[in-house]
Design a protein around this ligand. Structure first.
Ligand code: 5AD
Ligand code: SF4
Length: 482
């Protein structure tokens, strides 16, 4: 849920330095994403759309001709961060202008969708405001923006995915062996705290054909793990080649057949859409990784009802039991909100108790943040900030202890690791366990992009450490690709 691609901002305004003479072949694009994994996926799609326009990506903002901030509106803090970053971008634009270089600033993502023209009023250096459903219009918008600021926050009738450029094999390889693939967008659930149904719109699923096509392209370029993305991914209802409706389960079975794909994951799921057949898929499909992000938000029935979650705490616990029966080693993670309006100490105690009973391998926890336009923000009984802070600390203690215990229990076990990038220290390669843990291994670089068995020998605070098992050989055959 956290993303922070390497970005470099000028440290202070008056230290902003721009090299006028920097040789630039073509134009440079700098995209910074905030918030969820779908924004990471969208950022890559924006780069793909702009590549045919002559834009090459850079990680150095100072050299960018186009700066895109791909924003998140989920909590006030995330949303406000954008405006401080825009202030810095404005100074950079000014410094570049003094050096004879033109710069455009675009605000994309959910803040763009929610605030639209308001962004231009708050920060006049912005040239483009583009919502999450409109970024295929970026090339045209860029041209129009030569004549003044331009906004596109429509929910267009045409499918943006039909208008997106395909990334080159080289680009896919550069992005690594694990990729995201959006299969569904939007949400019809209307949890009373959440802006998503307003910023991302109604549920909309891509067709099976397009998803299989994208997955095959990724796998052919060396991607070994795909995480299917959707705001409500297990509510996926797409059409197959015969125009029949297909569930996420059926889609997973189709994707399991894609040559070269060794791992599948999906996120984020709503408990009410965890069907029996989806649970069964966790028992039957070896490519489906034993990790499931299943947000519960609260353990109090009263608060769950006020949140419009449409399930009770006991329903969630029963569901966890059924999932574990199907796949005993599955690791679960969750999202929690503390301090929803009206939350009493007893309600919070119920959340702590649910967390203890369910047992999570990792979790995200947030203080409730009233979002404009959502029903929760209108409720009178808002929880005082100091109460939220205190409850968050207690919940954190419980959940972090669970995370540490889960990781510590890995020591001595043998797990498959998908190696993705150079490790922290020289000679190390970093990868992911089936349970989404970071694993550092002393191994040859050739292992990147491959799955290999690893014995876990040590548990650090952020990573596990392991060594390749004796049976492993670099010459071992990989799964077929065509
Ligand atoms: N305040 C705090 N947390 C929120 N989330 C969504 N909306 C809010 C809000 N208004 C959390 C939920 C969700 C995760 C992505 O963000 O836990 O699952
Ligand atoms: Fe937001 Fe609820 Fe939809 Fe998740 S299910 S995106 S929390 S409204």
């Amino acid at each position: 849920m956290k993303s922070d691609p390497n970005s470099r901002w000028p440290e202070t305004a008056n230290r902003t330095r721009v090299e006028a003479s920097a040789p630039t072949a073509g134009k440079k694009l700098f995209v910074k994403s905030y918030g969820c994994q779908m924004n990471v996926y969208d950022a890559a799609r924006m780069a793909d759309v702009l590549a045919p326009e002559g834009f090459a990506e850079t990680k150095v903002m100072e050299e960018a001709d186009l700066i895109v901030l791909n924003t998140c509106h989920i909590r006030e803090k995330a949303s406000e961060k954008v405006f401080s970053e825009l202030g810095k971008a404005r100074l950079l634009k000014k410094a570049r202008k003094a050096a004879g270089l033109a710069t455009k600033i675009a605000v994309a993502g959910c803040v763009a969708q929610a605030e639209g023209a308001e962004i231009l009023r708050k920060q006049r250096a912005v040239d483009l405001v583009v919502g999450p459903q409109s970024y295929h219009h970026l090339p045209r918008m860029l041209r129009v923006s030569d004549h003044g600021p331009v906004i596109d926050t429509e929910f267009p009738i045409e499918d943006k995915f039909d208008h997106l450029a395909r990334p080159s094999e080289e680009k896919i390889r550069e992005r690594g062996a694990s990729a995201f693939l959006t299969v569904q967008e939007g949400c019809d659930k209307f949890c009373s705290f959440c802006v998503v149904p307003y910023t991302r719109g109604a549920e909309n699923s891509r067709t099976v054909e397009k998803i299989l096509d994208e997955a095959a392209i990724l796998a052919r370029a060396g991607v070994r793990e795909i995480t299917l993305l959707g705001q409500n991914v297990n509510a996926y209802r797409g059409r197959n080649e015969q125009d029949e409706e297909v569930s996420l389960t059926q889609l997973l079975y189709r994707l399991a057949e894609v040559p070269g794909l060794e791992r599948l994951r999906y996120t984020t799921s709503h408990p009410n859409d965890m069907t029996d057949d989806l649970i069964r898929a966790h028992a039957e499909l070896p490519v489906l990784m034993p990790f499931l992000h299943l947000p519960v938000q609260s353990g109090s029935d009263r608060i769950l009802e006020a949140m419009n979650r449409r399930h009770k705490a006991a329903d969630y616990l029963r569901l966890v039991e059924r999932i574990r029966r199907a796949r005993p080693d599955i690791a679960l993670s969750s999202d929690f909100i503390v301090g929803f309006p009206g939350e009493t100490e007893a309600d919070f105690a119920a959340t702590l108790s649910l967390a203890k009973e369910a047992g999570f391998a990792s979790s995200f926890y947030f203080k409730y943040s009233p979002r404009p336009g959502t029903p929760g923000a209108e409720l009178a009984a808002q929880t005082p900030e100091e109460v939220k802070i205190e409850r968050l600390a207690r919940l954190q203690e419980t959940l972090e202890a669970q995370r540490r215990a889960f990781n510590a229990a890995m020591v001595g076990r043998e797990v498959d690791v998908l190696f993705e990038k150079a490790g922290r220290r020289a000679g190390q390669v970093a990868g992911k366990s089936p349970y989404l843990q970071a694993v550092q291994v002393e191994a040859p670089e050739e292992l990147m992009g491959r799955v290999a068995p690893v014995k876990i020998v040590e548990c650090g605070s952020n990573s596990l450490f392991g060594r390749l098992t004796d049976e492993f050989s670099l010459d071992a055959p990989m799964r077929e690709t065509n």
